[in-house]
Design a protein around this ligand. Structure first.
Ligand SMILES: NC(=O)C1=CN([C@@H]2O[C@H](COP(=O)(O)OP(=O)(O)OC[C@H]3O[C@@H](n4cnc5c(N)ncnc54)[C@H](OP(=O)(O)O)[C@@H]3O)[C@@H](O)[C@H]2O)C=CC1
Ligand SMILES: O=C(O)C1=N[C@H](C(=O)O)C[C@H](O)C1
Length: 245
C-alpha cells in the first residue's frame, strides 16, 4: 500500500485529489496539509501530491525531497530555471523522485501533442486559454507548456516567426509572448479550463480546442503519476510517457 499525502488539501484540486486517493484500493491517504498547517507528518508518506500556488510550491518541494518523499506536482509556475533547481535537489537526494506536469488530463495532453505536430505546417499560430476567474496565474501553465512545445517544433523545422504587422497597440493587446508564440488569457465566470490553438495559412485555418468541464478530468493522470513516481528516477516533466501519449 502506498501512502499519499497532499499539500493544498483544502483547495479546489486538493479536495478532488483527496477523494481520488480515498477511492483507490491500492493507495492510502496520509497527511493532508493546507495553508498554515504543520507539514511535518508528510515526512511519513511515500508520495506527496502538491496542488498549492506558484509562490509556495518550491518551498514544499525542497522540504519533501529533503525528507525523502517522492513528489507529484500539478501546481503551475515552473520555469526552466525552477526545473533546474528541482533537478539539483533530486541529485542531492538520490532515490527520491518527482513528476511535474502542468496538465494531467488526457485531452490537454493530446491537444498539446497535436498542436506541436501541426505547428510546422502553418505560417501563423497563437494560443488562447480560457479559465475560471479564481485562477491566480496567467497565462495558464498549460498554455505556457503548449507554446514552448509549438516553438520547439517550429524551430526544429526551421519555420519563420508568425507574420504580424502590428505597429501600434495598447499594452497587452497582443497577449503574452512565450518563446515567440503569442498567448492570450481569458478569465470568465462560468468557465473552468479551456484552450484553443489557432493555426493559419493563406486561405485556411485549423483550430484545436480542449475543454475540461470538471477537475475529475485530471484524476486518471494524477493517480498514474502517484503510482509511477517511485520507479522513475530523478525529475519527470509531463506525464505523456506514463499514459502512452
Ligand atoms: N496540473 C494540472 O493538471 C492542474 C494544475 N492546476 C494548478 O494547481 C494549482 C492549484 O489550483 P487550485 O486547486 O484551483 O487552487 P486553490 O487556490 O483552490 O488551492 C490551493 C490551495 O493551496 C493552499 N495553500 C497555500 N499555501 C499553502 C502551503 N504553504 N501549504 C499547503 N497548502 C497551501 C491554499 O490555501 P489558501 O487559499 O488558504 O491560501 C489552497 O487551499 C494552481 O497552480 C493550478 O494552476 C489546477 C488544475 C489542474
Ligand atoms: O488553475 C486551474 O484551474 C488550472 N490550472 C492548470 C494550468 O494553469 O494550466 C491546468 C488547468 O488549465 C486548470
Amino acid at each position: 500500500m502506498t501512502t499519499v499525502a497532499v499539500f493544498g488539501a483544502k483547495g479546489r484540486m486538493g479536495r478532488e485529489v483527496v477523494a481520488a486517493i480515498e477511492a483507490a484500493p491500492d493507495l492510502e491517504l496520509g497527511a493532508t496539509v493546507d495553508h498554515g498547517e504543520d507539514r511535518g507528518p508528510v515526512a511519513e508518506a511515500d508520495v506527496v501530491v502538491d496542488f498549492t500556488v506558484p509562490d509556495v510550491v518550491m518551498d514544499n518541494l525542497e522540504w519533501a525531497i529533503a525528507h525523502g518523499v517522492h513528489c507529484v506536482v500539478g501546481t503551475t509556475g515552473f520555469t526552466p530555471e525552477r526545473l533546474d533547481t528541482v533537478r539539483g535537489w533530486l541529485e542531492a537526494h538520490p532515490g527520491t523522485n518527482a513528476i511535474i506536469a502542468s496538465n494531467f488530463s488526457v485531452g490537454a495532453l493530446l491537444m498539446m501533442k497535436f498542436a506541436a505536430e501541426a505547428a510546422r505546417f502553418y505560417e501563423s499560430v497563437e494560443v488562447v486559454e480560457l479559465h475560471h476567474p479564481d485562477k491566480v496565474d496567467a497565462p495558464s501553465g498549460t498554455a505556457v507548456t503548449t507554446a514552448r512545445k509549438i516553438a520547439a517544433a517550429r524551430a526544429a523545422a526551421g519555420v519563420a516567426p508568425s507574420p504580424d504587422a502590428t505597429a501600434t497597440q495598447l499594452d497587452g493587446a497582443r497577449g503574452a509572448v512565450v518563446d515567440g508564440i503569442h498567448v492570450h488569457s481569458v478569465r470568465q465566470r462560468g468557465l473552468f479550463a479551456h484552450q484553443e490553438v489557432l493555426l493559419g495559412n493563406p486561405g485556411e485555418t485549423l483550430t484545436l480546442r480542449e475543454d475540461s468541464m470538471s477537475r475529475t478530468s485530471y484524476m486518471t493522470g494524477v493517480l498514474a503519476a502517484v503510482r509511477a513516481v517511485a520507479s522513475r528516477p530523478g525529475l519527470t516533466e509531463g506525464i505523456e510517457d506514463l499514459l502512452g501519449i
